[in-house]
Write a protein that binds this ligand. Structure first.
Ligand code: HEM
Ligand code: SF4
Ligand code: SF4
Length: 704
């Protein structure tokens, strides 16, 4: 279908000081796969509309998912602080302190609130990210909220991951072991950390405290992330209305009372749990890591995050600023600052003038922030700020002329101005479809509802139009954000520039209608009522019955609760084989094989401050381990650690066992000259157990 705006000549470049006269050409798509993304976005809008049938948009958290995420995070933070009343942040007492509040106790309730609000935050943030993606709000200047948003998801996930570590139950054990495995796979730590997580005695309590510390501190980083995230939007709605925020808190509290948070068996390093409960919102990587024990899994997971962060460049298209952004015509700007106040993206600043005019300042559009929504064009009575591709004067004249011609020819004198962002992109503007919906109107599209200047409506009414219907995108997270509200405020006379009936021949025949994609027939009905029953220049608030609102509210809360809490109770079977395992973990120094010798003749040739130092680096022999189980012997050699091979050999040897009595002998050989160090005994191998022997230079062999 050809877009109404697709007629006309190509654009040309011009400086903001010259008059941008051109024909309307829809700006090039800002993203690739525009059509596909738009369709899904439309489905979201349709869902919002459906819910809006029974609930006002401000009562639908899914329609304000960014703000709703903050509300859920706030509940998580408050309940987390409260949980410290019961929780002991130490390896020894963490589990027992939580076991003491298990079930329907006050502490258990707070714990469940903390847990479910974190789940809800993840649900909301993913909905938010999905909606932003399909609304194509990642290209151009929106790269910053997008990239910081991806970082925020990563941060929230990591906070959750550390949170599950702190429970010190069996899933926590897996989280810790998996994290150590990951760290060991990275070339960061010289000594493998995983070998500390084979027996309770060795698990470092300091690391547990570091994890606790991170869990407490990282929420502060969310605030820093949000500061970047919201740097380019003005009048941010950080939280939903207080009613909605309270409803979210109450919903979580009720769910937490009804479904206490699960607590698995305590962590025990020697036990390989058969199954445990996993919160899929945060521990899906764990469930995957248990199956695919390869560092490649993490590379894939973090790679996916990096790919998500790169979306603005992968799917976004570069567009010349002039092709879609606003420009200021210096000579027409009289420094009223209205456009600066109205811009939803903080893209306009008032700067010093250089043209010698008597006005103190001049509007200036920051191209790194402007998304080209067109709201500012409606702020300016003197046409000082315009969208070059939809030039105010030219487009207003064109529409006025068309209406005048139609009226002269005896046609309809009712005008409908449709916000192009409703149908998610002007390129897809379906003029015929809108003509079908509004058969008795002259249908024209405008970039966004607030592009319409009150003066334009005055002109239309003065020059023969009987009424002007403005159809706007009413979504809470609409492309033009809160800028959508200005058109009705301006026409109602509560925001500058105000509508002046005296300039419209005394007429107030305008109406702003919120578009609901789920009820297009309503639009036709409202438009007909506007035309036939007389003029109503105020918005018609949708009437909803209080009982239906309560029922719909409860149902929506139920759906969200199930979606948030359901995945947090996944029972995962441990894919590790159930047979017992023998583990020999050791730290042993091999014998020195290269002596620290000083050659006297060579030494004399060196500068005086370097004398007495050995040129040959001391190296250690590999440590050989000979393991005999039920008479079958295997041997392995472990090289000394360190770049110069002068450190200890540090490793573990895992060997599957069959259940029952097993005769084990370990021989540890530190060098060709040294006698083997021996340990020998029988063990009673039990299913799902690790049988661990450690060796340390001081403590020698030890049965754990
Ligand atoms: C802690 C997590 C997050 C919170 C609390 C949050 C919150 C918000 C809020 C309050 C807004 C402003 C909404 C408005 O007033 O119109 C916003 C905007 C935005 N968010 Fe998020 N967000 C989060 C994560 C994300 C993620 C993960 C993405 C995508 C990857 C994302 C993408 C965006 C974008 C692109 C905008 C700008 C919308 C526009 O230009 O109209 N956010 N966010
Ligand atoms: S609204 Fe117009 S006159 Fe006022 S500051 Fe903006 S460009 Fe200048
Ligand atoms: S087009 Fe939109 S984002 Fe750009 S300056 Fe105007 S109001 Fe701000």
């Amino acid at each position: 279908m050809k877009s109404e705006g697709q007629t006309g000549a190509a654009t040309s470049t011009h400086s903001p000081e010259t008059s941008p006269i051109r024909t309307a050409v829809a700006p090039p798509a800002g993203t690739r796969a525009e059509r596909l993304l738009t369709r899904v976005d439309h489905a979201f809008a349709w869902g919002d509309g459906l819910i809006a049938r029974w609930l006002p948009p401000e009562a639908n958290p899914l329609a304000q998912s960014g703000a709703a995420t903050n509300a859920a995070l706030a509940v998580a933070i408050v309940s987390g602080i409260a949980l410290l009343i019961w929780y002991s942040p130490s390896l020894q007492f963490a589990y027992s302190s939580l076991a003491a509040i298990e079930g329907r106790t006050l502490g258990g309730w707070v714990r469940a609130i903390h847990r479910y609000s974190s789940d809800l935050a993840m649900l909301f943030v993913l909905v938010h990210a999905g909606r932003m993606f399909f609304a194509r709000k990642f290209s151009g200047s929106r790269w910053l909220p997008w990239v910081s948003g991806v970082a925020l998801i990563g941060l929230i996930w990591f906070i959750g991951w550390t949170g599950y570590w702190l429970v010190w139950d069996q899933p926590a054990q897996q989280v810790a072991v998996t994290s150590m495995r990951l760290l060991d796979g990275l070339p960061i730590f010289g000594k493998p950390l995983g070998r500390l997580y084979i027996t309770d005695r060795l698990v470092p309590s300091l690391l547990f405290f570091v994890v606790f510390f991170l869990h407490m501190l990282l929420p502060l980083a969310i605030a820093v992330g949000l500061a970047f995230h919201l740097l380019r939007v003005s009048r941010v709605k950080l939280f939903p209305s207080w009613k909605m925020t309270t409803a979210i808190a109450l919903g979580v509290a009720t769910t937490a009372w009804l479904i206490p948070a699960p607590l698995d068996a305590p962590a025990e390093m020697a036990v390989k749990a058969g199954a445990f409960t996993v919160d899929a919102w945060y521990l899906t990587p764990l469930a995957l890591a248990l199956r695919f024990k390869h560092v490649g899994l993490w590379v894939a997971l973090f790679g996916t995050m990096a790919l998500a962060a790169a979306i603005p460049w992968l799917l976004g298209r570069r567009r010349a600023p002039m092709a879609y952004q606003a420009v200021v015509e210096q000579s027409r700007c009289h420094a009223c600052t209205q456009c600066q106040q109205d811009c939803p993206f903080d893209a306009i600043t008032m700067v010093a003038r250089t043209d010698g005019k008597r006005f103190p300042s001049l509007a200036f559009v920051d191209v790194s922030k402007c998304v080209g929504c067109g709201v500012c064009a409606g702020s300016c009575d003197s046409e000082g700020i315009v969208l070059p591709w939809f030039d105010t004067r030219r487009e207003e004249n064109r529409i006025e002329n068309e209406i005048a011609a139609a009226v002269a020819a005896g046609g309809s004198s009712w005008v409908a101005l449709i916000a192009g962002d409703i149908d998610n992109g002007l390129a897809l503007f379906a003029a015929e479809l809108w003509r079908e919906r509004l058969p008795d109107y002259h249908v024209h599209f405008v970039p966004t509802a607030s592009w319409v200047r009150p003066m334009f409506v005055e002109h239309l009414l003065k020059h023969g139009a009987r009424g002007v219907l403005i159809v706007r995108d009413a979504r809470t997270e609409a492309a033009a954000r809160d800028g959508n509200r200005w058109v009705s405020a301006r026409l109602a006379g509560t925001r500058t520039p105000v509508y002046r009936p005296d300039r419209a021949g005394g007429s107030t025949a305008w109406q702003v209608v919120d578009y609901d994609p789920a009820r297009t027939a309503d639009l036709t009905r409202q438009a007909n009522a506007f035309r036939t029953e007389g003029v109503k220049s105020t918005l018609l608030p949708a009437r909803r019955h209080p009982v239906t609102m309560v029922i719909a509210g409860v149902l929506l809360a139920l759906v969200i609760a199930v979606a948030a809490v359901g995945p947090s109770h996944f029972r995962v079977t441990n894919p590790e084989p159930a047979n017992p395992e023998f583990v020999f973990s050791f730290k042993a120094f091999g014998d020195h094989v290269t002596e620290n010798t000083v050659d006297a003749t060579e030494d004399a040739t060196k500068p005086i401050h370097m004398r007495g130092r050995s040129m040959s680096k001391p190296q250690r022999a590999p440590v050989v381990v000979r393991l005999t189980i039920d008479g079958v012997t295997e041997e392995r050699s472990y090289r000394a650690m360190g770049i110069s091979k002068d450190g200890p050999a540090l490793n573990e040897w895992r060997h599957p066992l069959s259940v029952g009595e097993r005769a084990i002998r370990i021989e540890l050989i530190t060098g060709p000259e040294s006698p083997p160090l021996r340990w020998e005994s029988t063990i009673q191998a039990q299913p799902r157990r690790l049988h661990v022997i450690t060796f340390e230079p001081d403590a020698r062999f030890r049965v754990e």
